[in-house]
Design a protein around this ligand. Structure first.
Ligand SMILES: Nc1ncnc2c1ncn2[C@@H]1O[C@H](COP(=O)(O)OP(=O)(O)O)[C@@H](O)[C@H]1O
Ligand SMILES: [Mg+2]
Length: 315
């Protein structure tokens, strides 16, 4: 297969999206396309609206202008096809690991108490308004699952993220890296097509972070998804992204975009040591450091632009 990812079907499409919080203009005419099973990383300074963008995509908050489309359909509330992974894990401290991982699945066949618990949790987590949060119940109820099915999925994803043996532990008994694996498993278990990851590895130590970057790509090879991965780290954006988007400070605009061209099945350690990686890293660093001016063109830029992102092509 040599089809470029950017030639595939469009799964997510944002067209001219604006967002205001009162007088504060947070997102300014955002255009983003994400194709089938493509990984798009977004780099941007703190406060430029990255979390807001993900919440809009996930249907948790409304946008003020433009279109947000999932496979051509307008997003008007949370959809089971998209799942979020949060920086601070968002695990329930009073639930065991297996209950946390099964949480999204149980929601897909919500009871009254579940709805109340969810609304309380998200109200705490993302703030008002509740109206939008309550939509979650509607979308998730569309996909009821049996207890057997939930148990099977929980066990599968517990193993996939390497947490077998910890099913009965509470989040406080797990390391940061393990908690983030649990957050990832919970999102994967919903069988979403699209993962929206909001700086998921930002709170981890450097070594754990590198391990999880590697594992995320391996998991994605086993069960491909489209991903939008938000990060502060230039290295992480380059290593994980098939494409990297760079946002401006407030109001957030997409300022620059490039295909990384490192291919699928990539060896992250080899990429870290490559000259190309150093060049791209320096380029992105200049872009973020001088928001008002474009850096000198990249060496071999035309080659980079034309690089097809081929499956299994290695680094
Ligand atoms: N619910 C809200 N009400 C008002 N302002 C908000 C709200 N959420 C975020 N903001 C503001 O919008 C801007 C973008 O926030 P956010 O999307 O969290 O940025 P990022 O994730 O890029 O750091 C910030 O200035 C933030 O203070
Ligand atoms: Mg944020």
């Amino acid at each position: 297969m040599t089809q470029s990812l950017t030639e595939r079907e469009v799964w997510l499409h944002l067209k001219g999206v604006h967002k205001y919080y009162g007088d504060l203009h947070v997102l300014d005419s955002i255009d983003i396309v994400v194709h089938e099973e493509e990984i798009v990383t977004i780099l941007g300074p703190s406060g430029c609206g990255k979390t807001t963008l993900l919440r809009i995509l996930n249907g948790l908050i409304p946008h003020d202008a433009g279109d947000v489309l999932y496979k051509g359909e307008g997003v008007t509330g949370p959809r089971p096809e998209m799942a979020m992974v949060f920086q601070h894990f968002g695990l329930f401290p009073w639930k065991r690991l297996s209950q946390n991982i099964g949480y999204g699945l149980n929601l897909q066949g919500l009871s009254e108490e579940d709805i109340d618990e969810l609304v309380d949790h998200y109200t705490w987590f993302i703030g008002p308004p509740k109206r939008w949060i309550q939509n979650i119940a509607y979308w998730l109820n569309l996909r009821r699952r049996s207890k057997e099915e939930i148990d099977k999925l929980v066990s599968h994803y517990t193993n996939l993220v390497g947490l077998e043996g910890f099913e009965n532990n509470f989040p406080a008994e797990l390391s940061g890296g393990m908690q983030q694996r649990a957050g990832l498993a919970r999102a994967l278990a919903t069988q979403a097509d699209v993962l929206l990851l909001d700086e998921p590895f930002g709170a981890l130590d450097a070594l754990t972070r590198e391990q999880l970057q590697d594992e995320l790509l391996k998991i994605n090879e086993a069960e491909p998804k489209a991903m939008i991965f938000i990060t502060h780290s230039i290295d992480e954006a380059l290593l994980l992204g098939d494409r990297v988007l760079v946002m401006t400070p407030q109001p957030g605009e997409i300022r620059f975009e490039m295909e990384t061209g490192f291919g699928r099945g990539r060896d992250l350690e080899a990429i870290r040591g490559s000259q190309r990686f150093q060049e791209l890293r320096h380029y992105l660093w200049e872009l973020l450091r001088n928001p008002g001016q474009m850096p000198d063109p990249l060496p071999e830029e035309s080659e980079l632009r034309g690089a097809a992102v081929n499956e299994g092509s290695g680094a």
